[in-house]
Design a protein around this ligand. Structure first.
Ligand SMILES: [Zn+2]
Length: 47
């Protein structure tokens, strides 16, 4: 089974579930490995 990455819309065999807030709504989305790595990098730079 493969997944479609929420960010780059490529299909990925490995999916990472992320949770974030869009406004006041909590969203759960799947990211591929490379987008997940970028997302983690983004978290690191936040205060
Ligand atoms: Zn991706």
């Amino acid at each position: 089974m493969s997944y479609t990455c929420y960010y780059c819309e490529h299909e990925s065999e490995t999916a990472h579930l992320i949770t974030f807030f869009q406004g006041t709504e909590e969203k759960n989305e799947l990211l591929c490995s490379s987008c997940y790595a970028d997302w983690l990098e983004g978290l690191k730079v936040e205060p």
